[in-house]
Design a protein around this ligand. Sequence first.
Ligand code: 4FV
Length: 243
Amino acid sequence: MKFDVLTIFPEMFSAFFREGILGRAVNSGIIDFGITNIRDFAMGKHKAVDDRPYGGGDGMVMKPGPIYRALKSVDRADDRSLVILLSPQGVRFDQATAWELSGWEQLILVCGRYEGIDERIRLAYIDREISIGDYILSGGEVAAMTLVDAVGRLIPGVLGGKRSNLEDSFEEGLLEYPQFTRPRVFQGKVVPSVLLSGDHGKIRLWRRRESLRRTLERRPDLLKKDLLSNEDEAILANLQGGP
Ligand code: 4FV
C-alpha cells in the first residue's frame, strides 16, 4: 500500500511515517508513502496557494491550479488508486471504511486548509470525500493521519500477524473490554480475580460480559442484533436486570 499526501505542511508528516507501527511497516517495505508540498506547484513570486472567495465572505480558499498540478505530479497506480479529500462534508470514516480502503494499492490524500478547496477540484479530481468527525479542524492533515493510521494497521504484515483484539471489537460492533496489567494491586485497587484464575472459559465470558456492558452503557447504537449470539442476548438481558 502506498499513501501519497498532498499538503502545504509536509513537515507534519515526517515523524508520523517514521515512528511506531507505521514507521516499522515503512522500514520493512510493506507500506510506502509520498509527501507532496502543494506550495511547490504554486505560481508567481508569492507562490500563493490560497485566495479570497468569490462572492465575498471571511477566510480564504485554496486555489485550484496548485492542487491540480500537485495531483498530476503524483505517479498513480492506474485504477488501483483512489484520490481522497478529507473534509467535514465527507462521508463519516469508520472501521468498515478502513477495511475497504485497505484493499486499494494507493491512497492519494488531499489535505485542505483555510475554508477549503476550490469546488472545481472536488468535482473533477476527487474520488472520495471523507470526514473523521463532525468538528472543524484547521487543516486536513490530522484527518489524513487518522485515516492512514487506521488503514495502515489493517495491511497484512503491519501488525506482525498478531491481530489486535481492538479490530475484532468494532467488527463485532462491541466496545473493547477493560484491560489490566501488572502490578496486581495498584493504589489499593486489585485486578479482577477471574483474570488471574487461568480459567480461559471464565475469562472469555467475563470479557464478553464487560464488552456488552460497556457497549450497552456507552454506545447502544453499536449493538446489532444480527451480530449478537444467544449467549450475548442472555448476558444483555441479565445486564438489563432480567434473569
Ligand atoms: C475535517 C474533518 C476538517 C475544514 C476546513 C480543514 C477542515 C479546513 N477533515 N474531517 N472534520 N477539515 O475539519 O476531515 O480546510
